[in-house]
Design a protein around this ligand. Structure first.
Ligand code: AP5
Length: 216
């Protein structure tokens, strides 16, 4: 199973990706998570990416493509993968297509998670992320049992730097300008399927399962 999750910031891509990766036993490959880990560890890649991420802008395509070329070459990506946050521009999608043709690994389906901007702002400004295991909560929609503490590992919950409202609004604009054109790209290839991303996490997951079962 080779799946791309497309959708604006806060659509719930990460939330659903964890469930899909477990259900279909494929690696969840999130460019945002890989970049944040590099920023935390202070690598050269992290230093290159940080200022773009803090502003809510996209990290340059050549940086992302180098990083993803290496990630795809890892053994666990041989039998499938779930991309979350990649590709994000038409040049990234074209480069990915070339790479996957070379590897004989075409994409099965691109799931576009549909949610409006107002909901996105509420979701992201209330999101809390665990500094220990990366688990994601929401102050109102999915609160942890004890405020500020991760239910899963006891780690500290924080707000991501790019979840401040002004940065979220820029990320939405960047999505509209740079990533929405991918919808036409994948529509033209017959791969795009819409998922209504509003409702409970289980309801959205059920809609995704219905589509993925057609490809399993
Ligand atoms: P990235 O980490 O990919 O961020 P994003 O795409 O903006 O997505 P988010 O992680 O913000 O949202 P999500 O859709 O995963 O939502 P989540 O499930 O957490 O990228 C960050 C930055 O890295 C970019 O700005 C860019 O700088 C850089 N970058 C990354 N990839 C790049 C690329 N390919 N090229 C260039 N630059 C790149 O859910 C959000 C909240 O909502 C949570 O609190 C959750 O609990 C809650 N929630 C989830 N589902 C529901 C529901 N059904 N109902 C109510 N609440 C819900």
């Amino acid at each position: 199973m080779r799946v791309i999750l497309l959708g604006p910031p806060g659509a719930g891509k990460g939330t659903q990706a964890v469930r899909i990766a477990e259900a279909y036993d494929i690696p969840h490959i999130s460019t945002g998570d890989i970049l944040r880990a590099n920023v935390r560890e202070g690598t050269e890649l992290g230093r290159k990416a940080k200022s773009f991420m803090d502003a809510g802008d996209l990290v340059p395509d050549d940086v992302i493509l180098g990083m993803m070329g290496e990630r795809l070459a890892e053994a666990d990506a041989k039998n499938g993968f779930l991309f979350d946050g990649f590709p994000r521009t038409v040049p990234q999608a074209e480069a990915l297509e070339g790479l996957l043709i070379e590897r004989g690994q075409p994409i099965d389906v691109v799931l576009r998670m549909v949610v409006d901007a107002r909901e996105v702002v509420q979701r992201l400004t209330g999101r809390r992320t665990c500094t220990g295991c990366g688990a994601v909560f929401h102050e109102a929609y999915d609160p942890p049992q004890a405020a500020g503490v991760c239910d899963k590992c006891g780690g500290k919950l924080v707000q991501r730097d790019d979840d401040a409202e002004d940065v979220v609004l820029n990320r939405l604009e960047v999505y509209r300008r740079s990533t929405e054109p991918l919808e036409e790209f994948y529509w033209g290839r017959g791969l795009l399927r819409d998922v209504e991303a509003v409702g409970t996490v289980d309801e959205v997951g059920g809609r995704i399962d219905t589509i993925l079962r057609e490809h399993a």
